[in-house]
Structures are given as structure tokens and as C-alpha cells.
Design a protein around this ligand. Sequence first.
Ligand SMILES: *Cc1c(COP(=O)(O)O)cnc(C)c1O
Length: 481
Amino acid sequence: MNNYPHNLLSIEKSVRGRRGVKFTPAAKRAGEYLPAGLLRGEEPKLPQLSELDTVRHFSNLSRLNVGLDTHFYPLGSCTMKYNPKAYEALAAQDGFAAVHPFAPNQSAQGTLELLYKLEELLKAITGFDAFTLQPAAGAHGEFTGALVAKAYHLSRKDKARTEIIVPDTAHGTNPATAAMCGFSVISVKSAPDGRVDIEELKKALGPKTALVMLTIPNTVGLFEKDIKTIAPLIREAGALLYMDGANFNAVIGSVKPAEMGVDIMHINTHKTLSTPHGGGGPGAGAVGVVKHLEEFLPQGRVVFNGKKYSFAKPSKRSIGAVKSFYGNIGVLIRAYCYLRQHDGQTLREISENAVLNANYLKARLQKYFPAFFDYPCMHECVFTLDAAKMNGVKTLDIAKRLLDLGFHAPTIYFPLLVPEALMVEPTETESRETMDKFAAAMIKIYEEAQTAPDLLRKAPQNCPVKRIDEVSAAREPDLHW
Ligand SMILES: *Cc1c(COP(=O)(O)O)cnc(C)c1O
């Protein structure tokens, strides 16, 4: 396990003259047909390997990864659930993947129909009146939503609304978005139970409030149970309510945000509706709005006249385009597949099982790792460390040791308001057996903290890369092999 001979680069394994392909005599005479000025003076510096060596090289490299197809991946707030392989094949079909962005509407009817129907499905599960599919990520959806709010207030000549209220349990992208859109960020402290402090919110609300951004469930994994009280307060103050619905997986099928009084919401389709996004892969942050905000949505919306699908003319009040062309269609196709595969009943089971799994792990581990807020959680549970019992072992040591034991680490040191946070999101696609194995590994780590804390501080030992000096890696990066 400790020995990774295949850790060499392909160029280091190269042997001159070794080939995976055989060139025909005609290919060898290419120089006779090409202008002399375009011919290379020397051989390209490419690895020279047999086909077998090449296959082994890449197969072995792929096994160095800790990924969802090989490992339990409880990365909190990222919803690393299983992404059915059939969706990959469907999204890769030429009819979708090879459409040119400038293709005329009549030759892209299938893609347009899919986008139109996806919008209908998203409306049905959220209760909103309209969606834009353009934003390429959750944070990009927030950006779109904040611009829509700005356009709405300005359209009413209400120029005083320059503030966005964000509770301290919000995702970090919320205050960042507010600042990027030119608003002042008003941070509101949470109540002791981890939820919005209604009195604090009332103090912050006023004629300057443009938008209140609530992450539901919030980043400590709790549902905003007083939302029916909170939403009218915001409305009475003349502000709009934004729901960061990146974690819609926890409530899909159980809750329609528009019915809770939310005006604008984004869904990370790349979390809830498959296409897990660990590693920063492409996403799609669809944004839904209530009727009176529809006219502000970005251009690029699909309409259907009963016969043909086409892109609508942008409305006069649209905030414009937020992305070139029509969004990350490959991700949207997977979301469409997901929503076609599951009806309302199974969507509800999905969120219920996601919540059940998180609470199961919370209960299994609570003797060893206390939950920071000890209430029933939603789809994820945030653990902390009882310093008196940990022998100096930190959350980082636990995360590294989990890699040795065959698990991707949970999200750590986030949310910021939880000291030594370990944010575990098992998702509904994991079996009880897998979660039991994870719980056993966590308990083993707890016991090691008592008997062999140094082992934890030196972890990982079984990975191709051992403990790295993260501070130097950031301050003095060495980008050479
Ligand atoms: C993941 C997440 C985001 C950001 O989504 P990206 O697609 O990574 O930009 C925003 N808010 C919450 C609550 C999230 O979990």
C-alpha cells in the first residue's frame, strides 16, 4: 500500500521508439506533402510508451483518487450523492453534445424542448412561476437573484434599498454575492438554537433592506422552523426574501419554497439533482422567482408556441445575460433525467432518507463527537470536538486519518461559527452498511486519540501523498514535479 511505483510521470516511463500505434508508410512520408517551413526540426517531447503501459499508467492514476465511485464521500454542504451512469450516456449523445451554440432554433428543437420541460418540472417542485437556467453555479445563481432584486427595487424607483441582510449561519457565498452586486452586507447573529434570531432580524430590517438571504436548511444543518413568521416581516419591510436552496436535497418533495413566502431561490442542480460537484466541476444554479419578478430574469428563456420551441425575446426589464449562450446544458440534461426518473413521492422519500441518514450518524457518533447544535438535523450534521477528551488531536488530524481508513473526509472547519467543525453529509444514496463502516472508523479514530494520538497527527500514512505543510503550500507554492 505504501509503495506507489506508478507515481512516475508518463514522460519518466518513456522509452525511445516504444509505440502504441504503428504509422503507415504514407504517414511517414508526410514531409513530402507539407511545406518545409511547417515541418518540425526535432521530435516532439511526448512520452513513448506501449499501449499496455499507457493503459496501466492511467488506470493506476485513477486509483490514486479518492472519488465518489470508489469511496464514501460525506463532504458536508456538497451533496456528494451517486450520479447514475445512465445520465452520463444520455447527456453525451451527439444530439445534445454536438449542437452548436449558434444553431438555429429549428435544428435544436430537442434541446430547447428539454430546457422548457425542465423549467416546468422545477416550477412544479418549488411552486415558483418562472426559472432561468442560465447561471452556471450556486454562487452565480445568488448573483443573478441579487441583480433581479436590485432591478425590481429600481423599477419601483425605490433607490434607498442598498442593504442585504445575511445571518451568520449563511453560506459564505451569500455575503460575497451581496458585496459583488454593490450592496452593503448586514450580518445578523443567530439565536442560541442556531436559527435566525427574530428580534435581531427585526432590528436590522428597514427601508434600506433590499433582500434577506436565508440558507435553508442553514449551514449548521437546521431548518428555519419560524419561516412563516419571518417571511411576512420581510415583506412588510418592503424587502424581498431570497432562499439559498443549494441544499434543497434536504427538503425536496416535502416543501415548496414559494409557499413559504420566498420570492427568489436558486437550486444547485449539481447537488440535489445529480452531477455531484466536488472538485469544482461544472454546475447549474437555476433561479426561480415569483410572478412579479419574472420580467427581470436574464434573457435566454425558452418559450413554446404550441408547435415550436424558441428563445424568447428578452423583456425590456431583463437584467441581461449572466452567461454566454444558454447555461451548462450538460448539467441541466442530468437534472432533467433526475426529475423525470423520480415523481413527487420518490422525491419526498429522497429528502426523508437524506435526513434519516444524517440523524443516524449523529446518533451513532454522539458519545464520541458531540453535535454542535444538539437538535434533530436535516441532511447533514455538524460535529465538534470535546477538547478535554481528544488529547490535542484536531479536526484536521481526523480528516487525514479517515483517508487512511478508506473514506473521503467530511467538510472541515466550516461553518466558521463551529469550532473544530466536522460537517458530515451522508446523502440518501448511501446504504446503512456503508454508514456503519464510517461510524466504526470514526470510533476507531476516537480511540486512537486516547491511545496513539501521534498516529493521528502523522496521518495519512497509506496515501501516495503524506501530510503536507499546507501553510507553505499556500505561501510558497512549488508547482514543479
Ligand atoms: C454549495 C453551496 C453554495 C455554492 O454553490 P456553488 O455551485 O459551489 O457556487 C451556496 N450556498 C450553499 C448553502 C451551498 O451549499
